[in-house]
Design a protein around this ligand. Structure first.
Ligand code: ZN
Length: 383
């Protein structure tokens, strides 16, 4: 089966301009398991594109050797709107400039539309329910009439992903250790496999699933949302989805891309999408921790930021993670406002040294095992 290269054309938003999304299919349409992998929803996050750049030739090889058993959809840079955001020699790419929407929020929760279609047809037959729900989800997407470029992108991309068994959304952070976000029910199986194969340093999980409408959240969350609506029906977690944060924005190299690509390939073998032997699962580098145990440091004042700790550092409660310096304060040490960890854990995400800091800015995130009272009811997604 030759590799198929495809293009989604997005509607023009201004006279004389139009964008499109390139995507590739490896293996046969409809074969199982189906894995969907995309990178760069936040368009200035390209470590995932580098990993896919190294993975794709391996898939071409696998295809030639007839080793592809399932279907693999790859979208190397999913967001051409963000790719085009060149402003004054800077590439933006995190927010849609027209709607001011974060590109990884407000994806489509299809559970309501699917429930309307399948509610009276669901049964105790798990396989039949999965089939019914996937078809209804695709039908709901086909029935949509998106009004603009961003909505068209969301609808068309979800058509490629919503019936997948596995959805991997590749991101990165500004300065971060390799980590991933997933949902609690997947921890023992699918998430552990991805985390171990990729060698992640922190796995954070939502309980019971991601309420937020991130790309990963809507694909994986469809199933528990429907299961909650129809407790009498047998509705499994038929899609494992996760957000993989491939370290820092600036950490794009052939060495990392080659190892990430090889790790993704091994994961695909382990999942049975590719023929081959995956060998023993590598040991997890750290135990998963709940989102409720994630400490988030919000800058208290304006200034510029310097860190005392590198991404990946272990921290104790009370440790100074970073300081905000008031540039006009002449008192030396007193011009510095320290920010201290409020948990024991691992500093997995931070900003760059020397950046401007403003009140409320997220300065860092720490993965801790214990749920934190001060985080109760707060979103894990505040920037
Ligand atoms: Zn991102």
């Amino acid at each position: 089966m030759p590799v198929s290269k495809n293009k989604i054309r997005l509607p023009s938003m201004t006279p004389g301009t139009a964008r499109s999304i390139a995507w590739l299919r490896f293996g046969r349409a409809g074969a199982r398991p189906k894995v969907y992998i995309q990178a760069a929803i936040h368009a200035n996050e390209l470590p995932g594109a580098m990993a896919l750049h190294h993975l794709m030739p391996m898939l071409v090889q696998a295809d030639r050797a007839r080793r592809i058993k399932g279907e693999i959809i790859v979208v190397p840079t999913v967001n051409p709107i963000g790719q085009s955001q060149l402003v004054g020699n800077s590439h933006l790419g995190r927010y849609d400039l027209l709607s001011r929407d974060n590109f990884n929020r407000n994806w489509l929760d299809l559970s309501g539309a699917v429930a309307l279609q399948v509610g009276d047809k669901l049964s105790r037959d798990t396989a039949a329910n999965v089939d019914l729900i996937r078809k209804a989800a695709l039908a709901a997407l086909k029935a949509m009439k998106p009004a603009n470029e961003l909505q068209t992108m969301r609808v068309e991309i979800m058509k490629l992903a919503i019936d997948a068994d596995v959805v991997l959304d590749l991101h990165c952070d500004m300065d971060a250790a390799l980590h991933l976000f997933t949902a609690a029910p997947d921890l023992k199986g699918a998430a552990q496999e991805v985390a171990a194969e990729l060698g992640v340093q922190a796995t954070l999980y939502n309980e019971p699933f991601a309420e937020s409408l991130t790309f990963s959240g809507v694909n994986g969350g469809l199933w528990p949302r429907l299961a909650a609506r129809f407790p009498g029906a047998a509705i499994p977690q038929a899609c494992f989805s996760c957000t993989v944060e491939l370290r820092s924005q600036h950490q794009v190299s052939d060495a990392l891309g080659a190892s990430d690509g090889a790790n993704l390939y091994r994961y695909l073998v382990r999942r049975g999408v590719l023929a081959g032997r995956s060998g023993p699962l590598p040991r997890l580098k750290s135990a998963p921790t709940p989102i409720s145990g994630m400490d988030v440091g919000y800058c208290p004042v304006a200034g510029f930021i310097v860190y005392r700790l590198a991404a990946g550092a272990k921290v104790q409660r009370g440790d100074v993670v970073c300081e905000i310096i008031d540039p006009a304060d002449p008192r030396g040490p007193k011009a510095r406002k320290p920010m201290r960890s409020r948990t024991d854990g691992m500093l997995f995400s931070r900003k760059r040294d020397g950046g401007l800091a403003w009140p409320g800015m997220v300065a860092y995130r720490i993965a801790g095992a214990k749920p934190l009272a001060h985080r109760k009811g707060m979103s894990g997604l505040d920037d």
